[in-house]
Design a protein around this ligand. Structure first.
Ligand SMILES: *Cc1c(COP(=O)(O)O)cnc(C)c1O
Length: 385
């Protein structure tokens, strides 16, 4: 059996490596606490689950769904964008439900990338942007993000020969892994850049509702001209603790949305209808859980930031996202510092290099672990040194 290049070229999945390390320690009897994985620990709010249970009883929901989703679900998504961001979308042309946003993020490369084409991808970043590019036969050109520019890529620095070959620019704010946020000013420069080089902007925004200190993230779609050049991926996963239910959406440019719909209709048969109904309940029902969860995350964030400063890290508390991005103390690399915390405190953090070469010098901590485990890990870190 001969595996295809695209499979042989796959890097080992980041979290598999992390899990292996944890397993080895645990096998030795250690109580390992992991800040490794970004997956909300709190349950989906009960009224959302109740809606799924009811929808599951209805035989009409047992059949194949439509690839482009229930029209009511597309309308609900458009209404949510209107209410939350004052962005008006045509539910039939500018909205497409996804089987979790990761699915659309991976498949959209098939719409824009031919062999040899370039995708511009921020580094460090969510690995799916470059892997989707590779699956389509394209090449990734990494845009380094540094603390000096607030972890926004410097578009001026992209050689014009590269920018002209580029078909996609990938962006993600609030950002995973850095926790950085972007404003409309930056997005306006992005729209200008996209027009100049005739490329599509794919903005990934699943953390728009996970924010602290009263900060309210913006949507790329709020930017004048955004829908002429781009699309935005969003998801219910992080907003409503729904990672396990697999439901998200893409909105924006009608040509791009239609292309992705046509690709997908040849690959999958849409989101189970009961899950779409559940998602409508999430988007239209009581929203108090969002603020409640953000209060919990903010408390965790503050404890983690204090403990990291105690062990010598430089940290800017993130305004949004589920991640604390910490600069390791002098004399350490990402990996050597992560190894020290595992060896000396049985605490797992992710080396920043797992998200790309510009992640060197950083570690990422996800604040999605139960309060008592987080407290225990923080107590261990506070005892170090
Ligand atoms: C969590 C996450 C997603 C994916 O979420 P889905 O569960 O697939 O909707 C997408 N992008 C980033 C950057 C994420 O962190």
């Amino acid at each position: 059996m001969q595996l295809a290049q695209r499979v042989r070229q796959l890097p080992p999945y980041l979290f598999v490596e992390v899990s292996r390390k944890i397993a080895a320690k645990r096998a030795q009897g250690h109580d390992v606490i992991s800040f490794g994985i970004g997956d909300p620990d709190l349950p989906t709010p009960p009224h959302i689950i109740e809606s799924l249970c009811q929808a599951a009883q209805v035989p009409a929901n047992h059949r194949y769904p439509e690839s482009d989703g229930l029209p009511e679900f597309r309308r609900t998504i458009a209404d949510w964008y209107e209410k939350r961001f004052a962005v008006s979308l045509d539910p039939d042309k500018e909205v497409l439900p996804l089987i979790g946003s990761k699915e659309g993020i991976a498949h959209v490369a098939l719409c824009f990338i031919d062999p040899g084409d370039v995708a511009l991808v921020t580094d460090p970043g969510y690995p799916v942007y470059s892997i989707g590019t590779m699956f389509a036969g394209g090449e990734t050109y990494y845009l380094p993000m540094t603390a000096e520019t607030g972890f926004l890529p410097d578009l001026e620095k992209i050689p014009s020969a590269v920018a002209d070959r580029a078909r996609i620019l990938w962006l993600n704010y609030p950002n995973n892994p850095t926790g950085a946020v972007a404003d409309i000013d930056f997005f306006e420069r992005v729209v200008h850049f996209a027009r100049q080089h005739d490329l599509v902007v794919c903005h990934d925004g699943p953390y728009s509702e996970v924010a602290y200190d009263g900060y309210k993230p913006v949507s790329f779609m709020e930017t004048p001209g955004a829908r002429e050049v781009g699309i935005e991926f969003h998801s219910l996963s992080k907003t409503y603790n729904m990672t396990g239910w697999r439901v998200g959406m893409v909105v924006g440019n009608a040509t791009a949305v239609d292309a992705l719909m046509r690709v997908k209709s040849n690959m999958d048969s849409g989101i189970p209808q009961a899950i779409q109904i559940m998602a409508m309940t999430a988007l239209t029902g009581p929203q108090e859980s969002i603020q409640e969860h953000n209060r919990i995350y903010q408390r965790r964030r503050d404890k983690v930031v204090a403990a990291l400063r105690h062990v010598g890290c430089e940290v800017i508390p993130p305004k949004a996202s589920l991640y604390v991005w910490a600069h390791v103390p002098a004399g350490y690399t990402s990996l050597s510092f992560a190894t020290k915390l595992l060896d000396e405190a049985d605490v797992v953090v992710t080396p920043g290099t797992g998200y790309g070469p510009s992640g060197e010098g950083y570690v990422r901590l996800s604040i999605t672990l139960a309060d008592d485990r987080l407290e225990e890990a923080v107590a261990r870190l506070n005892k170090l040194r």
